[in-house]
Design a protein around this ligand. Structure first.
Ligand code: PEP
Ligand code: MG
Length: 858
């Protein structure tokens, strides 16, 4: 900003490198003190005053500044340089004793908590008691004498709690404050924030030391936060909050209610105009939405900080489209600025406006979306309840960075105070959490764990509320949900608003540039049709076991318990027409596009009743002298026969096909007959047959032979040539490691990264996430669950090996992925880089995958 010629208070920056050295070695880098002194001297020369000079002190702020914005997570110390002497000098030169003592009490308080580790609540308590004694509704009503008394009280507190005095030496204050900001990189909340936002832990923070400018010098002064566009909707125009006679942290913490920035136009039109011009300069320079912290000191505007601003998903799409339109950025850059996660958020349902009823409260619509949950009143309770699976809404008078764990755990955040730029709003937007803040018509009583609405309704902890972050409204009880505008657009092309049009443009551009195809995992014609509307280019995985459930279960049981070949053939023959109908429907819905049908995968006992329950029921009947049903006895016998300690590693996948006579034959016949039916109906069926859980080429060879035989048989019977490519899933390490051999028998590979992750790590995919993943995430073993985001180093290496060796042995071999990772943005970028041909994911993830496949090419 200095280089752009904007008014920035002079100062200097200590680099992240110094921070990293300090954090890794525990020692400050050699020469740091000397360098700080040198730059401080230069600053003193520029400003013509010495730090803490008794008659006219130079005061400085010490702020964190990391590569990625981490709003409020690290420390700031303001007013460094004040002590018992210089406070008197400041009072004289500023002409305001109140201002001087207010600044001093802020320093003692911030320094006490940040540098000396005193519990902030103790300072708040002293302030609250004083305000009560003076009958003052806010701190502005305290006079110089009150504030001087508060300084003494705070200093005593520090002595009692920290066992040391608040230091009077300005140089010591500066030095210690810089180290404290370094240390705050590793504060619990900062670590948690980084983990959530996937920010590396080893970057460290820079520290900026800057001459203080004062927003608390009287009514012609103030502090504010501005956005160059509305960060919630993306609408152009200066936007933000302003707080007269206050320092910056008052705005962000929501200690007092700020006014809308538009008010500043009346309060101080000259500063407002300047701010608007500077905002434009910044937006043109960064070619993006910027957020700005500024202070007005007795009518002079100072720009303190700017960065590319956090925004909602709506705003991200709207701003990107607009900047592309304005020619400020290219279509590629526009695509880079939106994300699949953001699109997924826009696809979430909204409240049904016809069913909302009377609102409980209104506030600022700070972060959009609809969320329902039980009201809870502190971060710990939110975490505790969420861990049991309960959905909660965190209700606070105002949030502080220490509320971060509760915000992460909650569905939504509701605060009684603070504007769109308050901590709660900024953090919630960054996380995509629903947030309504500054709901002034409720009184939050955190201690009593309840809030009260204007008409006297009391909402106790545990009461379910619905929070509409788009409209800024809260309702009692659960409100039903309806499809969002983005979802309606994806389903039907309805262009309800400009955000939806922006989504359409981003998707069109992604489709134009992406190389990866996107298919869907779908097992029913309805899912297939929806996936196709969402842009799927085929089905990458039809899990046929899903067709064996419901009322067909009895037929499957008959097949499993069959004692003779005839009984089994009869059971399979009963399943055949049903399967054929399933496949015909799928091929119709995806006519002309590939439909990859996987032969039965899971262990058969999954289709049988639960063992203990059945055994107990039979035993109870026998104990009562009764005769159990013969079918139940047969079932129990089968369940016992098939019981496996580790069914995931047992008789499943291709192994089933090889040992259960007639199973592959029936499924392949059903597929082939469906192809014939669709061909005769004039369609263009593109069925592909996929063999699961292959570990050795011999397994695939045997299965392949049977498939070829049945296809030829059906072709002979019907006179219609049935050509279905036959491929395999690669979901065992052995398959990946012998991919060159397996490729001799396969026309395509589809990576089953769920099983591949399970078998590579030796983690049970059904158990471990609940069992110990949260501990592993805390300990940093991995940054995200490997079942959600592909582990590139291990599982990814196997994928790379298999692609390379498979293609070397079988040029042109088609490769795709159909595990859950196929819909995960980060994993999609890896699959693009690895050269796969397609990703396949659940229908609702298809638009997300299209967008990310496009972004992967940038
Ligand atoms: C996989 O293992 O990744 C896969 C797609 O198959 P399933 O999830 O059905 O085991
Ligand atoms: Mg699998």
């Amino acid at each position: 900003m200095s280089r752009l010629g904007l008014p920035v208070p002079p100062g200097f920056t200590v680099s992240t490198e110094a921070c990293r050295t300090f954090l890794t070695t525990g020692e400050e880098p050699a020469g740091l003190s000397a360098e700080i002194s040198r730059y401080l001297s230069a600053l003193e020369t520029t400003t013509g005053r010495l730090l803490g000079q008794p008659d006219d002190p130079l005061l400085v702020s010490v702020r964190s500044g990391a590569r990625f914005s981490m709003p409020g997570m690290m420390e700031t110390v303001l007013d460094i340089g004040l002590n018992d002497e210089s406070v008197l000098g400041l009072a004289k030169v500023s002409g305001s004793e109140r201002f001087a003592w207010d600044s001093y009490r802020r320093l003692v308080q911030m320094y006490g908590t940040t540098v000396m580790g005193v519990d902030p609540a103790l300072f708040d308590e002293a302030m609250t008691l004083l305000k009560a004694a003076r009958d003052a509704s806010d701190d502005l009503r305290l006079d110089a004498g009150d504030l001087a008394w508060l300084v003494e009280t705070y200093k005593r507190l520090i002595r009692d709690e920290a066992g040391r005095d608040f230091p009077q030496s300005p140089a010591e204050q500066l030095h210690e404050a810089i180290l404290a900001v370094f240390r705050s990189w590793n504060a619990e909340r900062a670590r948690l924030y980084r983990r959530r936002e996937h920010i590396p832990d080893d970057l460290g923070t820079a520290v900026t030391v800057q001459r203080m400018v004062f927003g608390n010098l009287g009514p012609d002064s103030g502090s504010g936060v501005a956005f160059t566009r509305d960060p919630a909707t993306g609408r152009p125009g200066l936007y933000g909050d302003y707080l007269p006679n206050a320092q910056g942290e008052d705005v962000v913490s929501g200690v007092r209610d700020a006014v809308a920035l538009a008010e500043l136009e009346h309060l101080d039109p000259v500063s407002y105009r300047r701010l608007r011009d500077h905002a434009q300069t910044l937006e043109r320079h960064y070619r993006d939405l910027c957020d700005i912290e500024f202070t007005i000191e007795r009518g002079t505007l100072w720009m303190l900080q700017t960065r590319v601003g956090k925004r909602t998903a709506e705003a991200a799409f709207a701003i990107a489209a607009e900047l592309v339109e304005e020619g400020l950025i290219s279509a590629d850059e526009g695509l880079a600025r939106v994300s699949g996660d953001g699109l997924a958020r826009l696809m979430f349902p909204r409240f049904d406006s016809a069913a909302t009823g009377e609102p409980l409260a209104h506030g600022v619509p700070a972060s959009p979306g609809a969320a329902v949950g039980a009201a809870v009143f502190d971060s710990a309770e939110a975490v505790r309840r969420a861990a049991t699976g309960e959905k909660v809404v965190l209700v606070r008078e105002e949030t502080t960075p220490d509320d971060l764990p509760g915000m992460v755990a909650a569905q939504a955040v509701l605060t009684g105070r603070g504007g769109k730029t308050s901590h709660a709003a900024v953090v919630a937007r960054g996380m995509g959490k629903v947030c309504v803040c500054g709901a002034q018509d409720i009184a939050v009583n955190g201690g009593a764990r309840r809030f009260t609405t204007r008409d006297g309704t009391v909402i106790e902890e545990g009461t379910v509320v619905s929070v509409d972050g788009s409209a800024g409204v809260v309702y009692l009880g659960p409100v039903p949900l309806v499809a969002s505008a983005a979802m309606r657009y994806l389903e039907s092309g309805e262009q309800a608003d400009s955000v939806v049009c922006a989504v359409g443009r981003a998707l069109d551009h992604a489709d134009a540039v992406r190389r990866l195809e996107v298919r869907a995992n779908a097992d029913t014609p309805e899912d297939a049709a929806r996936a196709r509307r969402f842009g799927a280019q085929g089905i990458g995985l039809c899990r046929t076991e899903h067709m064996f459930l419901g009322e067909r279960r009895k037929l499957v049981e008959d097949m499993i318990v069959a004692r003779t070949d005839t009984d089994r053939d009869q059971a399979l023959a009963a399943l055949l027409p049903l399967q054929r109908k399933d496949f015909t429907g799928l091929l119709r819905a995806m006519d002309g596009l590939p439909v990859t049908i996987r032969l039965l995968d899971p262990p058969l006992h999954e289709f049988l009743p639960e063992r203990t329950g059945l055994a107990v029921r039979i035993a109870a009947i026998e104990a009562a002298g009764g005769q159990p049903e013969p079918h139940d006895v047969e079932l129990l016998d089968a369940v016992n026969r098939m019981h496996e300690e580790n069914p995931m590693l047992g008789l499943r996948g291709v192994r089933l096909g090889l040992v259960v006579p007639g199973l592959v034959t029936m499924q392949v016949r059903a597929i082939a007959e469906a192809v014939v039916e669709r061909t005769r109906a004039g369609g263009s069926p593109q069925a592909e047959i996929m063999v699961p859980l292959v570990g050795a080429v011999e397994e695939l060879r045997l299965a392949h032979e049977e498939v070829t035989r049945v296809l030829a048989e059906v072709g002979g019977e019907t006179g219609v040539t049935v050509r279905c490519p036959v491929g395999t899933m690669i979901e065992l390490p052995r398959a990946a490691l012998t991919a060159g051999r397996i490729a001799e028998e396969a026309e395509f590979f589809s990576f089953g990264t769920n099983d591949l992750t399970q078998t590579t790590w030796g983690f049970s995919r059904d158990d471990v996430e609940a069992a110990f993943f949260s501990a592993y995430l805390d300990k940093g073993v991995f940054a995200a669950s490997p079942f959600e985001t592909l582990d590139r180093e291990g599982v990814g290496r196997l994928v790379r090996i298999a692609v390379e060796e498979g293609r070397a042995a079988h040029p042109g071999l088609e490769t795709g992925v159909c595990g859950e990772h196929g819909g995960d943005p980060e994993s999609i970028h890896f699959f693009h880089a690895t050269g796969l041909d397609y990703v396949s994911c659940s229908p609702f993830r298809v638009p997300v995958a299209r967008l990310e496949a496009g972004r992967a090419t940038l």
